[in-house]
Design a protein around this ligand. Structure first.
Ligand SMILES: NC(=O)c1ccc[n+]([C@@H]2O[C@H](COP(=O)([O-])OP(=O)(O)OC[C@H]3O[C@@H](n4cnc5c(N)ncnc54)[C@H](O)[C@@H]3O)[C@@H](O)[C@H]2O)c1
Length: 344
């Protein structure tokens, strides 16, 4: 099972929105373990087919994420391909269209926020869809899952640090975080509080001031992978780990929340053979779904749900140990674990 293959999906629905005229995609990769869950991505693509490709890739990654996290759901994703500088009215019309499309699937795909959407947008989808995740607290949901996602990344990071440096502690370690957004800023403050020397990076240069206020270093995004560090944290967009970028990397441990970080699966072998330990993104970034499902489906309180997110440390530890003893990569071990769990 590769994470870059395209047509393995159970169901892919394409529709032109009646209100917006925009192209909508809902992809359900696998429902072997339960309904497909995954975020709703609303952004500009050069071509709507790039949005379709994104939905296919991301839905598959969600299948892996759910299976490794041990939650009874499958992988899905929805995408709205916006034109450049879409008006708020057009965006709202597209969300209404998408809600209607999701509603017509009868609960077999359940959306949550993703790039370009937030908890308030789930209120719009909920008008049509039987179920959504991460509604704002005022509407009965847990709201943004970026904080628990960061808790999960820190758990994976501790396991990685134990394997690479012999200690889970980040005190005195240099950490470079590429992407100073919702998850990246939670990570930066937590790691700095634990004694790490943190440098952040973002395409939005306006965030430089915030970094300085927090006493964090700053590096231009193009230079982030080459910045000398112990730990590199991809927390922006996917497709950042290419053979070219790896040739510049200095940090022996790479772990972060960005989805689909590798340009292709073979990059995992390249990372491994060049002495880097890369924790698969779908393992490290599962904190948001683990937390949200624990709260919204099982009714656990914040402490109980957070404790489940911390379990990512044990999962990561298991995968790294297996990779080391089997002479494989953490990606291969994670895919094996997911495949075992999703087999009929
Ligand atoms: N928020 C969650 O709960 C969650 C869960 C799982 C995975 N993720 C993934 O983690 C990543 C970060 O999520 P987020 O919620 O913090 O998103 P966000 O949009 O809040 O932050 C992303 C940041 O990355 C910056 N950025 C964009 N392109 C960049 C580039 N090329 N180099 C450097 N910076 C760049 C943006 O300006 C933004 O500040 C995304 O890939 C997301 O899909 C998030």
């Amino acid at each position: 099972m590769s994470t870059t293959g395209v047509w393995e999906h159970e169901e892919v629905v394409l529709r032109r929105g009646a209100r917006s005229g925009l192209q909508l995609t809902v992809a359900a990769h696998s429902r072997a373990l339960g309904p497909a869950i995954g975020g709703c991505r609303v952004r500009h693509y050069e071509d709507w087919r790039d949005g379709l490709a994104d939905a296919l890739r991301l839905a598959k990654a969600m299948t892996l994420k759910c299976a490794v996290a041990g939650v009874p759901f499958g992988g899905g994703k929805s995408v709205v391909a916006l034109p450049p500088s879409a008006s708020p009215e057009l965006r709202l019309a597209a969300l209404e269209d998408l809600g209607e499309l999701i509603g017509s699937l009868g609960g077999s795909y359940i959306p949550g926020p993703d790039v370009g959407t937030g908890p308030e947008d789930m209120v719009v989808l909920r008008r049509h869809a039987p179920q959504v995740f991460c509604l704002p607290p005022a509407h009965g949901g847990v709201g943004s899952s970026s904080a628990p996602t960061a808790v999960g990344v820190l758990a994976a990071l501790r396991a990685g640090a134990r394997h690479v440096f012999g200690s889970p502690s980040v005190a005195g370690r240099k950490v470079v975080i590429s992407g100073f957004g919702a998850v990246g800023s939670h990570l930066a403050t937590a790691l700095a509080a634990d004694g790490a020397a943190v440098t952040v990076s973002d395409v939005d240069d306006a965030k430089r001031l915030r970094a300085a206020e927090l006493g964090l270093g700053w590096v231009h995004p193009d230079d982030a992978p080459a910045e000398p560090a112990d730990i590199f944290v991809p927390a922006a967009v996917g497709g950042v780990l290419s053979p070219e970028v790896i040739s510049l990397l200095t940090a022996p441990l790479v772990v972060g929340p960005a989805n689909n970080q590798l340009t292709e699966d073979s990059v995992a072998h390249r990372l491994d053979s060049q002495g880097f330990t890369w924790i698969p993104d779908f393992v490290a970034s599962a904190g948001g779904i683990i937390y949200t499902l624990a709260r919204e489906i099982r009714g656990l309180d914040h402490a109980g749900a957070t404790a489940e997110v911390e379990g990512i440390e044990e999962t990561t530890d298991l995968l790294l140990t297996r990779a080391r003893s089997n002479g494989t990569t953490p990606l291969a071990e994670a895919i094996t674990l997911a495949t075992t769990r999703t087999k009929p």
